[in-house]
Design a protein around this ligand. Structure first.
Ligand code: FES
Ligand SMILES: [Fe+2]
Length: 374
């Protein structure tokens, strides 16, 4: 999006994008099944046979550390009659289906099926659980259901280097803690809210004192990929949440549902979202440390974040989702300030453009048209 070519206000997306089941179905296929999705931190699947399951809408997926200590991702579905193979997370040297006991090795190959020897021509070597694209990005495991999708460095160019600049030892970090909650809103309602800080001074007084320096906060598109970079100096307040040494705050939002954040002093944390339906999404908040332990300071930050920023956003997005269903809602102009700064919704206009591009719609909607979803 070029700010130079914008000569009139840009309206927010019409409500159908957030509320219509048909649009959501398009987004499922054109966005979620074609983009990189955060699965887990690699330290959660460290040993041979460790597995971690997740669902992306109606697709069940499992991450496995195989015999060769490689990370693999499969559809979590038995090739016999479709039962889910694994639940939650754990460790198994063989994957055995709970329905009729068909058993697979850690590479997804069928190795046993009761009484299959009685079936003339039954060839177990021809049966394998379909694989899914997987990448380890700085210790964070991502999957992509699109076999043809470009790799993460191509989708998000420059992000790896930018994060390593801020936090050179990030790949040595380990999973420490994660909590999650169903937000009761469309995924985009939540992602929009995450990607603008126009509401921060009013809604997030603690965050604005405890972590960031609001006067230096900005959110801008980053590089040539679908990435938004949030940056700020560390809090200058006497009410900072901890003693902040070194780098400032930065966050890299990776379209459509993942974000890697570095809080001042190299505190690594993540947000990721998994859509559940047109009007619900689960947000996951992850924290990482040198050895997986939670220090006193990290626990304080986790607790304060959960009690303030995280909870405050939850109320906002639930409220907005209800408003998006109102017959009285007409999308207003976004506050796109070419000068940047915290009171800015340029990032929202950019998100809308990426969504419209993904759905093959025209790129920008100016103020004069009602422009419902076509
Ligand atoms: S569905 Fe898995 S063994 Fe039958
Ligand atoms: Fe917020």
């Amino acid at each position: 999006m070029s700010l130079d070519t914008i000569s009139e206000p840009i309206l927010g997306l019409s409500a159908e994008y957030f509320t219509d089941i048909g649009v959501h179905e398009q987004i499922k296929h054109k966005v979620f099944f074609k983009t990189w999705q955060f699965a887990c931190h690699e330290s959660r699947v460290r040993r041979k046979g460790d597995y971690f399951t997740l669902s992306l809408l109606d697709q069940d997926i499992v991450i496995v550390r195989d015999e060769k200590m490689q990370l693999k991702a499969f559809y979590n579905v038995c090739q016999h009659r479709g039962h889910r193979l694994l639940e939650g997370l754990g460790n198994k040297q063989r994957i055995s289906c709970p329905y009729h006991s068909w058993t697979y090795d850690l590479a997804g190959r069928l190795i046993a099926a009761p009484n299959s020897g009685s079936v003339s021509g039954f060839d177990p070597s021809s049966i394998c659980i379909p694989k899914i694209r997987i990448e380890n990005f700085l210790g964070f495991v991502f999957i992509n259901l699109d076999e043809q999708a470009p790799g993460m460095d191509e989708c998000y160019p420059g992000v790896r280097e930018a994060i390593l600049d801020l936090c050179p030892d990030i790949e040595a970090r380990q999973y420490a803690f994660e909590h999650h909650v169903n937000e009761g809103c469309n995924w985009l309602t939540a992602v929009e809210n995450y990607n603008e800080c126009y509401h921060c001074k009013l809604a997030h007084a603690e965050f604005a004192k405890g972590i960031i320096d609001p006067a230096s906060y900005s959110i801008v598109p980053f590089g040539q990929g679908r990435v938004l970079e949030h940056t700020s100096k560390a809090s200058q307040s006497s009410q900072a949440w901890y003693d902040m040494q070194g780098s400032g705050y930065a966050s890299y939002y990776l379209w459509p549902t993942s974000s890697i954040q570095i809080y001042p002093g190299g505190v690594v944390n993540t947000y990721h979202w998994r859509p559940l339906s047109v009007d619900d999404v689960c947000v996951y908040r992850g924290w990482y440390s040198d050895d997986g332990a939670i220090t006193h300071t990290l626990q304080k930050v986790i607790d304060l974040d959960r009690e303030t920023t995280f909870s405050e956003d939850l109320k906002l997005v639930r409220n907005v989702q209800r408003g998006l269903c109102s017959m009285g809602y007409r999308p207003g102009p976004l506050i796109v300030d070419p000068a940047g700064g915290i009171d800015n919704e340029l990032s929202i206009a950019v998100l809308h453009e990426w969504l419209r591009e993904s759905l093959d719609k025209s790129p920008v909607r100016l103020s004069s048209n009602a422009n419902p979803v076509q």
